[in-house]
Design a protein around this ligand. Sequence first.
Ligand code: HEC
Ligand code: HEC
Ligand code: HEC
Ligand code: HEC
Ligand code: HEC
Ligand code: HEC
Ligand code: HEC
Length: 255
Amino acid sequence: MIGQKKSLVVFLAALGLFWVTGLSLSQADQNKVNEMLYLKKAKYVGMDTCAMCHEKEVKEYKLSTHARIHIKNDTTGAEDCEVCHGPGSVHVDASGGKGNIINPSKDPEICFNCHTDKKMQFRLPYHHPVLEGKMSCTDCHNPHGIDVRPWTATSENGINEVCFKCHTDKRGPYIWQHDALKDGCTSCHQVHGSVNDKMLIARDYNLCLRCHAMNNFPYGHGQNGQYHDFVYGTCWSAGCHSEPHGSNFDHYFRY
Ligand code: HEC
Ligand code: HEC
Ligand code: HEC
Ligand code: HEC
Ligand code: HEC
Ligand code: HEC
Ligand code: HEC
């Protein structure tokens, strides 16, 4: 609380300075100041009020996992939409508009309030740059929708579609595609973050052994568990299966 008050003071001081010098705040800073001012007096109004103007979000939201959340012993009245957007009365009284209600599009802190473990994941050495502000949770998750988990088999968009938005080359088509992709990118990658390079689930041949029994592939792999090639690297870095996603060269995914 004290921290919040302090930053409010800092913001107001900055605002004052801009008034004095006649400069104007950027729209983003202006929104932040507004947010902090209104949050002090805004009250919770409930989802039915939001529904008057945001029918689409409300309809979608009712089918989502988040709609089933109830905060135990909560006395503030924070529920549904306002769990993420903060109390909405000022926004509603103004008949909507921008900058008078929290829009968490760029700031994951609101999600970390509940998903504390996710913050730890994004701090691991190899991670998607969410904490750096280069992308947001909503690049992969639809916070309102039933597709908040877009990687499920039942997703309208298919299992890897969300990844192809940015990693277009992984869509292929390859003449020989690795069937592992059908189980999803997450069968090999921990996409929030990982201790392994390229956000891999495992750093060595164990990544591949999760699906392949080595004695099905005796040639070049050694016998009886002696995988002699591995002194030169992993299945993909020793020069053997250099294209683990798929290849146009051969079905061993060599190049
Ligand atoms: C009286 C109509 C009305 C009501 C009620 C209403 N909104 Fe809005 N809301 C709007 C309008 C209009 C906009 C601006 C849309 C635009 O300019 O793109 C808006 C924008 C927003 C934004 C984006 C703000 C920004 O700064 O980008 C959020 C988030 C939002 N509303 C959430 C809510 C929530 C949550 C509720 C219920 C607590 C609610 N609204 C109730 C009309 C309303
Ligand atoms: C789990 C958190 C969460 C909940 C619950 C939630 N929202 Fe949002 N909302 C977000 C995030 C995150 C964004 C920013 C989306 C983006 O970046 O694409 C957003 C954006 C919005 C916007 C602005 C859309 C735009 O195009 O700019 C509106 C309006 C909105 N939400 C309304 C609602 C309403 C109404 C509800 C309740 C039915 C609701 N939200 C519930 C997280 C939430
Ligand atoms: C008020 C607490 C709260 C907030 C705020 C919140 N979540 Fe959640 N979220 C939950 C709970 C509880 C679950 C269900 C249990 C679980 O899967 O952890 C959940 C589930 C999820 C799931 C998995 C859904 C599923 O079907 O398994 C995703 C993805 C998610 N949240 C993303 C987000 C994002 C992104 C934000 C911020 C925009 C956010 N959450 C904000 C409490 C919250
Ligand atoms: C690069 C895409 C991407 C980004 C960015 C991302 N997620 Fe996820 N998230 C996923 C995928 C894929 C899964 C499924 C992981 C799996 O099934 O192994 C997932 C799973 C989840 C789950 C449910 C399963 C679990 O592990 O508890 C929650 C909750 C969640 N993410 C929250 C968040 C939050 C909060 C953020 C932002 C701070 C975020 N995610 C950012 C892709 C992403
Ligand atoms: C909004 C764009 C976006 C989406 C969606 C996205 N990524 Fe990424 N991905 C990035 C960015 C940006 C980086 C970081 C590149 C860097 O650090 O140079 C990255 C890095 C990676 C890396 C590590 C690459 C390396 O060279 O170290 C992997 C693996 C990866 N993403 C897999 C995925 C998977 C799997 C999904 C789907 C669940 C996904 N990404 C969704 C933007 C995205
Ligand atoms: C069979 C396991 C496996 C699956 C499934 C998989 N990957 Fe990978 N991926 C790897 C390995 C191994 C590397 C490291 C390759 C290297 O270092 O040359 C990698 C590297 C990457 C990289 C960074 C290097 C590059 O080639 O650009 C990205 C981005 C990436 N994967 C995205 C994806 C996406 C998107 C999917 C889903 C369509 C996916 N991966 C599915 C094993 C897999
Ligand atoms: C999620 C499960 C899964 C993982 C993990 C996985 N694979 Fe596969 N892989 C498959 C399936 C399914 C096939 C197709 C059926 C088959 O040939 O066994 C396949 C086929 C292959 C083939 C083609 C074999 C042929 O004769 O055409 C190679 C080579 C291969 N995988 C290498 C790898 C490597 C290297 C890794 C680790 C980077 C790996 N796989 C990880 C599921 C997986």
